[in-house]
Design a protein around this ligand. Structure first.
Ligand code: NOJ
Ligand code: CA
Length: 694
């Protein structure tokens, strides 16, 4: 498709043309995506602006690109264009693990070099990559006389064309563990929403009009728009502040303890700002823009990075059967109890056993100002690491390490080498980290530049010891698992543990929104697999409950992608439903292919995934609080092949509230032409394993 030649002076970007001109530059440029679905127009008049159209419809109206620096003090908003570069890129790459074997990275790029006109002497670049399913753009500060700069704020705007339906959580410097709100843009009220959430201990809400990314919007005429960022490195996370009269979001970077946003040493660059756009909700979920905008890994070997399923005595503590601390008299991490979990994992061929509360310090770990609550190497006296290592080895299972930092990231950095050496000594290759509480160094936030660098240091240090990481209470992911494939998952959203939170808990619709929001950035350690729904098993006065059916818990292993999946419930709860447990035993955590069959944020989602190196498929379908008929076509299967499907579906009376454990398991022969109607209960779901029959 050729760009329009409406203005004589307009520079033309065409397919497969690479140019770099040093003449007098035009003040406006248009870049069309490879198939022409999306176009970005950049204009440099009094300020520098961009706008985005999808199939001719305005998605982002003219929006400013600017910066406020505190060193040197300057507002970068008026520029002279000094250079223009463009290129077309098309390649296909193979992730170490993930939702598919091959990922195509196809875009057109335009990069403008800009000289600030305010006499700061600052030079910067802005680069746009335009894909058929969205765009990414970022700023770069090339090498220049001002080697060190301090960002006061980034003033990037996203001006929306209408008052869209929006799925949002409050903008917050410290936590992303909120329930999603669904309102019009003009109805966003982040402070009121945050105040409804007494179960979140540490909050730093930005203000009434601030929200977090990944942010999903749906327009009146059915366009889905997702705003997020990719490759968040050496920079704070970006939240968004809405100017309601103009329906314009402006970037709001997380500050450090003294109010600065980012300290950059040039050459430097910001993360990519991403906008994924489609008129089909399934294509938003299938978009690989965020991964594509991240750098390939530089790890020389990756064969030590292994997707896995694990059990743990974690839920015992959350439901009050045991405690992390020894002094209570019901310490969960004792040698005998962990042997029981090792036996359970071994029997069902799960890879690991997570042990929390194994190390001294839990008597007084939360909410204090101590820097050195934990040393990550000293076990409680009733926990015999040596004996358990030998026992787990004999049973073909690995222990999974837990490093709760109690927010003292600084202390963790002091101990990291010793802690990872201990893991190497005891044959442990996966660690779950956590950052509960206020961050130390004092005044830092979970999402500030210092902490962003901390999470990266942890990933890289762990890689040096060939250790895989799942982080909790960390920043929401931005596709960095391409670059650091051992940082396999993060929590960074409201996970399954909130089923046990007294106030709002997890609503049935939550898991239909997560894929469109939090999961866009990368895998989540959600910890599905709960088979016991009233959480008063050990403390009869508890009123908390899991708001799904059992079949939906199975389906979550497919709909929430993670290369690390916990099998979260207690062995005694699984023993009651070993037939249903079989799906969790069978379902892979690494895939050759993924097909999003149908999806609507807040309502429902059906995904089919193909196992690696096999012709087997697994399907997960979930619904919100409404029951629904799933009209399933198996046309994703290979023609001419026969398959046996094992269907785990909601029973006739199933309902998340009244009969969550009603399920039916049935076998059916299926092939590419099969069509089935399956009822999903309120808060329900369906999981299917589909194996090729030779
Ligand atoms: C919060 C984590 O999300 C949870 O999984 C963990 O058990 C506790 N912190 C204790 O570290
Ligand atoms: Ca709904």
């Amino acid at each position: 498709m050729l760009p329009q030649l409406t203005f004589m002076h307009k520079l033309i970007i065409t397919v497969l043309v690479l140019f770099s001109v040093h003449l007098v530059f035009s003040q406006s440029y248009t870049v069309n995506s490879p198939a022409g679905t999306i176009s970005v127009s950049i204009s440099n008049t009094s300020t520098l602006t961009y706008q985005v159209n999808y199939k001719g419809k305005s998605v982002i109206k003219s929006s400013q690109l600017a910066f406020k620096l505190t060193k040197p003090e300057a507002t970068l908003a008026n520029f002279e264009i000094t250079k223009v570069d463009s290129l077309v890129h098309d390649d296909t790459w193979t992730p170490v693990w993930g939702e598919m074997n091959k990922i195509r990275n196809h875009y057109k790029e335009l990069s403008l070099t800009l000289a600030d006109k305010s006499q700061s002497g600052i030079t910067l670049k802005v680069g746009f990559r335009v894909f058929d399913d969205g765009i990414g753009f970022r700023y770069e500060f090339p090498s220049q006389t001002n080697k060190y700069i301090i960002v006061g704020d980034e003033l990037t705007q996203f001006s929306l064309a209408d008052d869209h339906k929006t799925f949002w959580i409050p903008g917050d410097y410290d936590t992303n563990e909120y329930l999603y709100n669904t309102t019009r843009l003009s109805e966003i009220d982040a402070v009121t929403a945050a105040n409804k959430e007494p179960d979140i201990a540490v909050k730093s809400v930005i203000g009434p009009d601030a929200v977090q990314t990944p942010l999903l919007m749906k327009t009146a005429d059915g366009l889905y728009i997702n705003i997020h960022e990719a490759a968040l490195i050496n920079y704070p996370a970006m939240h968004l502040n809405l100017d309601k009269p103009t329906l314009t979001f402006q970037s709001h970077l997380v500050p450090d303890a003294i109010g600065n946003k980012a300290y950059l040493e040039n050459p430097s660059r910001t993360p990519w700002r991403t906008i994924i756009i489609s008129d089909n909700a399934t294509e938003v979920l299938a978009s690989k823009i965020i991964l594509n905008l991240n750098e390939p890994t530089s790890y020389t070997t990756t064969d030590w990075i292994k997707p896995q399923k694990f059990v743990g005595m974690w839920w015992e503590m959350h439901v009050g059967k045991a405690t992390w601390e020894l002094s209570s008299g019901k310490h969960g991490a004792n040698t005998a109890n962990i042997k029981h979990y090792i036996d359970f994992a071994s029997q069902h061929k799960f890879d690991g056993v997570l042990v929390e509360g194994w190390n001294v310090g839990w008597e007084d770990w939360f909410g204090n100002w101590k820097e050195d609550v934990f040393d990550f190497v000293t076990a409680y006296p009733d926990y015999d690491l040596k004996e358990l290592t030998a026992y787990s080895k004999q049973k073909g299972v690995q222990l999974i390490m837990h490093h709760e930092t109690s927010g003292s990231a600084f202390n963790y950095e002091r101990w990291m080498d010793k802690a990872f050496q201990l893991m190497n000594t005891y044959n442990m290759s996966t660690v779950k980290t956590g950052y509960v509480g206020k961050i130390i160094p004092r005044g830092e936030h979970h999402d500030s530049q210092w902490m962003i660098n901390h999470y990266q240091r942890v990933a890289e240090k762990a890689a040096a010891y060939k250790i895989m990481v799942a982080s909790h209470e960390s920043v929401r992911p931005t596709g960095l698992h391409r670059t650091f494939p051992n940082w396999m998952a993060s929590e960074a959203a409201r996970g399954s543990e909130f089923n046990n939170a007294p106030a709002l808990g997890i609503t049935p619709e939550h898991t239909t929104i997560l894929p469109f929001t939090r999961l866009m950035g990368g895998p989540m350690d959600f910890t599905p697999g709960l088979f016991c729904f009233k959480l008063n098993q050990f403390e009869p006065t508890r009123t908390t409950e899991v708001r799904t059916t059992l079949a939906k818990q199975l389906a979550l292993y497919v709909t929430i992608y993670s290369p690390l999946q916990m099998v979260a419930d207690l062995p005694e709860n699984y023993e009651k439903h070993t037939d249903a447990l079989q799906f969790i035993i069978d379902v892979p955590v690494d895939w050759a292919d993924t097909r999003i069959l149908e999806a609507e944020p807040g309502d429902y989602l059906t995904i089919a995934r193909k196992a690696k190196n096999k012709n087997d498929w697994y399907l997960g379908a979930i619904t919100d609080e409404n029951s629904r008929v799933l009209n399933l076509s198996f046309d994703f299967l290979d023609a001419g092949k026969k398959y046996e499907a094992i269907i785990y579906r909601d029973g006739e009376q199933a309902h998340w509230k009244t009969k969550p454990e009603a399920y039916v398991i049935e076998k059916k022969s299926v092939n590419k032409k099969t069509k089935l109607k399956i009822n999903l209960a309120a808060g329900g779901g369906c999981a299917i394993s589909i194996r090729e029959v030779k």
